[in-house]
Design a protein around this ligand. Structure first.
Ligand SMILES: Nc1nc2c(ncn2[C@@H]2O[C@H](COP(=O)(O)OP(=O)(O)OP(=O)(O)O)[C@@H](O)[C@H]2O)c(=O)[nH]1
Ligand SMILES: [Mg+2]
Length: 261
């Protein structure tokens, strides 16, 4: 098979929407996405939502060949839903895969700007609240502090130049996802987003942040919990300790090598 050109990749876009109890949001978000980027396909990855989100998605898919639904057996966290969605997208030949929340926080009308950054050469694009031009609407101060604090903590430990490490509105070239050992990803909550950008950077992929306006959800409940924050804190700190020990060991080895020479 001939390799996919950049234009081929951008012609084959899949937007993955993980859902758990998003019955009030799913139709409006898919409608907005279909309007904003008409050639993109959508995969709803639903964890058997008790509120019937999966059945609504089925109805939408029945009327539109650009909408697909993956029914998963139960709530396993957004990380697991994204991994299943990425595998489905890669197996079905999509060139660019996008992660997108159902709750209206990520605005479909901003997706063309993320895709433009892929077109300009990025391997991974992060929609970012905390770069110049980015913003949040209707977010309580506590959420802003958790998000900014989490990104700062990540930057300090991992030494990565990413302002919004936990952001979930991202676009990946298929080759990026193939090159970051997805099978080893164990993060379940929003730490998943940090895990993926850290892997992309470690593997030498070009990561670009583009400013987005993030809007607090109007309908339905947030699945953010203390466990999700604690998971992110523990995992990033462990990766950071491993990273910093690696740096020290490499420096010691270099020094020892210089002495011996
Ligand atoms: N399939 C699946 N989707 C999930 C799960 N948890 C959350 N989601 C979806 O992932 C997206 C983000 O979840 P939110 O609850 O909005 O979490 P958040 O965006 O981190 O938190 P808020 O900013 O408070 O909304 C939404 O589309 C959810 O429906 C899950 O366990 N399984
Ligand atoms: Mg949300």
């Amino acid at each position: 098979m001939a390799p996919m050109t950049s234009q081929d990749a951008l012609d084959r876009v899949l937007v993955i929407i993980p859902t758990y109890n998003e019955a009030q949001n799913i139709e409006s978000i898919t409608t907005r996405l279909r309007r904003a980027v008409p050639h993109a396909h959508i995969l709803v990855a639903d964890d058997n939502s008790p509120d019937g989100t999966g059945a609504i998605a089925d109805r939408l898919a029945a009327d539109d060949d650009h909408i697909h639904v993956m029914h998963r057996k139960g709530k396993e966290g957004l990380g697991a839903a994204y991994l299943a969605g990425f595998h489905w997208g890669l197996d079905n030949g999509y060139g660019v895969l996008v992660s997108h929340d159902a709750d209206g926080s990520h605005q479909p009308e901003e997706l063309p700007r993320l895709l433009a950054a892929i077109d300009a050469g990025a391997d991974m694009v992060k929609g970012s609240r905390w770069v110049k031009g980015g913003s949040v609407v209707n977010w309580p101060k506590t959420r802003e502090l958790i998000s900014k604090g989490g990104s700062l903590w990540t930057r300090l430990w991992l030494g990565i130049p990413v302002k919004d490490a936990t952001g979930g509105f991202n676009a990946y070239r298929a080759g990026t996802l193939r090159g970051i050992s997805l099978d080893e990803v164990a993060s379940a909550g929003y730490c998943f987003q940090i895990d993926l950008v850290w892997r992309a950077l470690k593997n030498g992929f070009r990561v670009v942040e583009v400013p987005i306006e993030f809007v607090e959800r109007e309908f339905g409940d947030s699945k953010m919990s203390r466990n999700i924050v604690v998971e992110a804190l523990i995992r990033t700190t462990l990766w950071g300790v491993e990273h910093r020990i690696g740096q020290v060991l490499r420096a010691v080895r270099r020094l020892a090598g210089r002495r011996a020479a």
